[in-house]
Ligand binder design. Structure first.
Ligand code: GLY
Length: 351
């Protein structure tokens, strides 16, 4: 990938809360002054996981100190298994013990798990305090840190408890992506493949070959901005962001969450593309080209489960409403449409 992108790009998101998303390099060194612009003088509660703590917490804390902040830090074990009621409760207790008040600010430093859980703590502690997202994985930079979805898991399913709460600022320092293990980077590329099918600009960027990663982050977030500004609470348009996610949730569930979310989304996209082709929504040529775009993102993408089993496992999905479930079908690049089907017909639909 080449890097000819200009230093810092800014995307302004105008939802129930208005905020900037900054995309660039070397931003962690200046994070204190960036936060000062949105949080002013206050106390900071930094929430992160053990992996990211070892890599970036000292840098962030130093920058916060240089900007005049007093900060306290909560660290929990990395991974989806931490996104539970117990760790969530520990974060709330930590905030209370450290006398975080309504005028203070929580800073979420890490990937999707950190952002979702710290965001939900910010949404619920004292009925809501300000929070800043510093996503450090590709998946969290291009998707989960923007748009205000916060959540924790229950034993019965992912993200079953949560709230919409927009952050006060999102800082995507793409330098953090260079520390990602390959599989975690590819996990983010699964969500990038979703944006490629939703947005022609992302599609042509990915199909064109060489590009700067900042550009992929920028275009994906800018697409998401347009969606979130139109339909923040997912009553219509925002459902498109669930493209590939119904089979993906089934796949994640069947794997006991050992197949990570973005990788499962890429497998889900292949399944949906196949279903869309079989139903005559896309031509053979388009089908082959779109499959190839997914492959450009994630490489080989072989789903280890049968469709019947995926469909059954997908039925605990939040997108289910009574006897119906909404699946996003592909009619072309940038032409994806929600389709409501009976849950008993899901397996047949996906075959
Ligand atoms: N990750 C999908 C959404 O934010 O709506």
């Amino acid at each position: 990938m080449t890097s000819n992108f200009c230093p810092v790009k800014k995307i302004r998101v105008k939802a129930s809360g208005e905020y900037d998303v900054l995309i660039g390099r070397n931003l962690l060194d200046n994070i204190g002054s960036l936060i000062k612009e949105v949080a002013g003088s206050c106390k900071i509660a930094l929430v992160t996981d053990d992996t990211v703590n070892a890599l970036y917490a000292d840098k962030v804390l130093l920058s916060l100190k240089n900007a005049g902040y007093t900060a306290v830090k909560f660290v929990f074990p990395h991974g989806e298994q931490s996104k539970n009621l117990n760790v969530y409760g520990q974060i709330l207790n930590f905030l209370a013990e450290n006398e975080i008040t309504r005028t203070d600010c929580l800073v979420a430093l890490g990937g999707g798990v950190v952002g979702d859980m710290a965001g939900f703590a910010a949404a619920s502690f004292l009925r809501g305090i300000k929070y800043v997202q510093i996503p450090t994985t590709l998946l969290s930079q291009i998707d989960s840190s923007v748009g205000g979805k916060t959540a924790i898991d229950l034993p019965l399913g992912k993200n079953l408890v949560g709230a919409f709460k927009q952050p006060a600022l999102v800082v995507c320092d793409v330098d953090t992506l260079s520390s990602l293990p390959k599989e975690i980077f590819i996990d983010g590329m699964g969500e990038a493949a979703k944006y490629a099918l939703l947005d022609k600009k992302v599609y042509y960027l990915i199909c064109g070959g060489e590009y700067a990663i900042e550009e992929l982050v920028y275009l994906s977030i800018d697409y998401k901005r347009r969606v979130v500004e139109t339909d923040e609470f997912e009553s219509g348009l925002r459902k498109l962001l669930n493209l590939g996610h119904t089979p993906a949730h089934g796949i994640e569930n069947l794997s006991g969450y050992t197949i990570p979310h973005g990788r499962a989304v890429a497998m889900g996209l292949d399944i949906i593309l196949n279903a869309s082709f079989k139903r005559g929504y896309i031509s053979k040529n388009d089908y082959v080209n779109m499959l190839s775009a997914v492959k450009k993102c994630v490489g080989e993408n072989i789903c280890p489960y049968e469709i019947e089993k995926i469909a059954t496992a997908a039925l605990s999905d939040k997108k289910r409403s009574g006897d119906y479930i909404t699946v996003i079908a592909v009619h072309g690049v940038e032409d994806c449409r929600p389709e409501k089907i009976k849950v008993i017909e899901l397996a047949e639909y996906l075959k």
